[in-house]
Design a protein around this ligand. Structure first.
Ligand SMILES: Nc1ncnc2c1ncn2[C@@H]1O[C@H](COP(=O)(O)OP(=O)(O)OP(=O)(O)O)[C@@H](O)[C@H]1O
Length: 313
């Protein structure tokens, strides 16, 4: 549904995107993460035809965004980070205007406004001026304009930023619901938001894609390491642990308090490895003080993949 290849973009001498490639299948809800300045908004603006890349190809719902911008734009609903609402307009007039821009006939516009009015819970706001609304309601109007043409693809740039917890919960629930019928690319700095609504995550850093993982794969890698703290001589303990079946690698020993030593063990995912580790330690008569599985979380994936890029720069 979205295909991006070899995307580059510079602002003057500053290279914001340095060759970005990814594909998103129909029906996926994908989290788009990255540190500030990574290039997420730039990518989203290119995807939605607002900005032209220096190089690269962009295809949305079978349309080439650079060659067929109008047709491509009809397939994409875009909620920018700072929604350019015409604040002095009334909500109903604004949506009417957006419908006209999309080329919808009068009857289609009426039906579309009724649809987004319900989807975005705009009850009682159609006759109100946009600048009189709370930030939460203005964001609802922004989403309503993105949904007006009933696009196959939704591109949402930090949609819940600055909203109160109730609005955040409501908007996340709506995004999850929309994700059942639409392809969604969601940029956010809030990792639990991604965990709640997305099935996959793309991480951008320094204008390059540094990670592309399904949330399921991140969850499944939870048993990849064990943290062991035991009271034993470091050298002998290292040798013992390295010989346990299922232990792929033993990290450097770290001395901790009270004559204990700590190791991080990379393990092969066999669920009985921790049992074998504790049995091996018991066989030596050493005290096992702590044995924990280290969980690979979205936060640790984010930190690991973005730190690597910062180091390279
Ligand atoms: N119009 C512009 N003129 C000059 N530089 C720009 C412009 N827009 C973005 N940049 C720069 O390009 C880089 C990428 O910006 P972009 O807004 O795409 O990042 P982002 O990942 O969306 O960041 P954030 O999470 O802070 O919103 C940044 O270094 C930014 O300062």
């Amino acid at each position: 549904m979205i295909r991006v290849s070899g995307l580059t973009k510079s602002y003057g001498a500053h290279r914001a995107l340095a060759g970005v490639d990814f594909e998103i299948e129909a029906g996926e809800v994908v989290g788009f993460l990255g540190p500030n300045g990574a290039g997420k908004s730039t990518t989203m603006r290119i995807l939605t035809g607002v900005l032209r890349p220096d190089e690269g190809q962009v295809n949305v719902a079978g349309r080439d965004v650079l060659r067929e911008p109008l047709q491509a734009r009809r397939q994409v609903g875009y909620l920018p980070e700072h929604t350019p609402l015409y604040r002095r307009m009334r909500v109903g007039d604004y949506l009417e205007f957006v419908g006209q821009v999309h080329g919808l006939a009068r009857r289609e516009r009426r039906a579309a406004i009724a649809r987004v009015h319900g989807q975005c819970s705009l009850e009682g706001t159609l006759r109100r001026r946009i600048d009189e609304l709370s930030k939460g309601y203005r964001q609802r109007v922004g989403l309503a304009q993105a949904l007006l043409s009933d696009p196959a693809v939704l591109v949402l740039d930090e949609p819940t930023s600055g909203l109160d917890p109730n609005e955040v919960a409501r908007l996340r629930a709506l995004i999850a619901e929309l994700g059942q019928t639409k392809t969604v690319l969601l940029s956010t700095h809030v990792l639990p938001e991604v965990e709640e609504v997305c099935s996959r995550v793309l991480i951008l850093a320094g204008g390059r894609l540094v990670a592309d993982d399904s949330l399921e794969a991140i969850g499944a890698s939870q048993s990849q390491s064990l943290q062991v703290v035991l009271r034993a001589p470091a050298g002998a303990a290292h040798e013992l642990l390295a010989g346990v079946v299922g232990v792929a690698r033993v990290g450097v020993p770290r001395d901790v308090v009270d004559a204990c030593v700590a190791f991080e063990l990379a393990i092969d995912g066999d669920s009985r490895t921790s049992e074998r580790v504790s049995a091996a330690i018991a066989s030596k008569g050493w005290a096992l003080v702590e044995l924990t599985r280290r969980t690979e979380t979205l936060a640790s994936v984010f930190q690991r993949s973005t730190a690597r890029v910062v180091d390279q720069r």
